[in-house]
Design a protein around this ligand. Structure first.
Ligand SMILES: NC(=O)c1ccc[n+]([C@@H]2O[C@H](COP(=O)([O-])OP(=O)(O)OC[C@H]3O[C@@H](n4cnc5c(N)ncnc54)[C@H](OP(=O)(O)O)[C@@H]3O)[C@@H](O)[C@H]2O)c1
Length: 311
């Protein structure tokens, strides 16, 4: 009961900003994007559906060569066929929830042809049912935070990220409801698993990691974190059918969800000194409620934890 009231409060609090209403209001005063990504190499994870697909298609249409990462060969081929420039859409099969697969991806021949100018850590799942990967990690943890962490670190260490490039991490407004709690990050015990709470915390961790990478890398490359608002994708249809039914007329489409990623890739702003998360091309605070600031864990603790789990 209390939880339902808290959810209602949360959705009502953010309805105007996160729905299509927020997108439309923000779009009123700005010019449409006409990005030119010619000559750039992008890597987009979770590119076979939803927002990732919209990003990958827009990037190839804008002239980029896109390494499109997905786990389904069939969906990767369908994505290539949909692209305006299929010769620049390079499908690379990998499962971001498996550390072995992510390490293989980081070494893949397709990634060695040119430095990556734009890395979009888009992949993310909200699971209602508890699942473990074949590596015995809770699947949403492995997909949402560990896989992207291992990939980004491996690409940086091997010099595959262009120093003047940009890393764009896709978080979620759901992170406003969660502090960082390492003890609940990888809920391998089904009894302690709450899919929504786990997702929100992984997305909080993405924000924390962004700040850590900027401290470590000093802008070489710049790292940004954004959230797309509420977007009508297969992920939402599967994970949140009630939410989708109630709000379907107010949800954004995938192109609207992708807009801020494309804008960041075009604008390349400096990493904000005080942190922040982008929504609709505008920097928003990392916390909306004081309880999410209270964490026993620092960014360094998170990184140590992820390194330890990744082995
Ligand atoms: N939609 C929203 O309202 C919303 C709101 C806030 C934040 N976000 C964030 O935006 C990002 C994209 O969300 P979305 O709604 O577009 O998701 P989606 O519709 O579920 O699409 C996710 C894509 O990722 C792929 N994927 C899933 N697990 C994978 C794995 N282990 N390895 C490789 N690829 C995998 C999926 O491919 P398969 O077909 O193989 O599963 C699919 O192509 C996520 O990070 C999400 O958390 C979305």
């Amino acid at each position: 009961m209390l939880r339902n009231i808290a959810s209602l409060f949360f959705y009502a609090r953010f309805l105007r900003a996160f729905s299509a209403l927020g997108y439309r209001r923000a779009a009123r005063d700005r010019a449409p994007l006409e990005p030119d990504f010619t000559g750039q190499t992008w890597l987009v994870s979770g590119a076979t559906g939803g927002i990732g697909q919209a990003i990958a298609l827009a990037a190839t249409a804008g002239g980029a060569r896109v390494l499109a990462i997905g786990r389904s060969e069939e969906k990767l081929e369908a994505l290539k066929a949909r692209s305006q420039a299929p010769e620049r859409m390079i499908p690379v099969q990998a499962d971001l929830s498996l550390i072995a697969s992510v390490r293989e991806l980081a070494e893949a021949a397709e990634l060695s042809m040119a430095a990556i100018d734009v890395l979009v850590n888009n992949v993310g799942v909200l699971l209602n049912e508890h699942q473990l990967t074949s590596e015995h990690l809770e699947t949403s943890f492995a997909t949402n935070i560990l896989g992207p962490f291992v990939l980004t670190e491996a690409l940086k260490e091997s010099g595959r990220l262009a120093a003047d490039g940009i890393v764009i991490n896709v978080s979620s407004g759901g992170m406003y409801g969660s502090p960082l709690r390492l003890e609940a990050m990888n809920a391998t015990d089904p009894e302690s698993f709450d899919g929504m709470a786990a997702y929100a915390m992984h997305k909080r961790a993405m924000v924390v990691l962004t700040g850590w990478w900027n401290d470590q890398w000093q802008g070489l490359p710049a790292v940004h974190v954004m959230h797309p608002g509420w977007v009508d994708t297969e992920g939402v249809q599967t994970a949140l059918p009630g939410f989708r039914l109630a709000l379907r007329r107010l949800l954004r489409n995938a192109d609207q969800g992708a807009d801020t990623v494309l804008w960041l890739a075009q604008q390349r702003p400096q990493p904000p000194e005080e942190g922040g998360i982008w929504l609709d091309r505008s920097l928003q605070p990392e916390h909306e409620f004081s309880f999410t600031r209270r964490s026993r864990h620092s960014a360094g603790d998170l990184v140590d934890y992820l390194k330890q789990v990744a082995g």
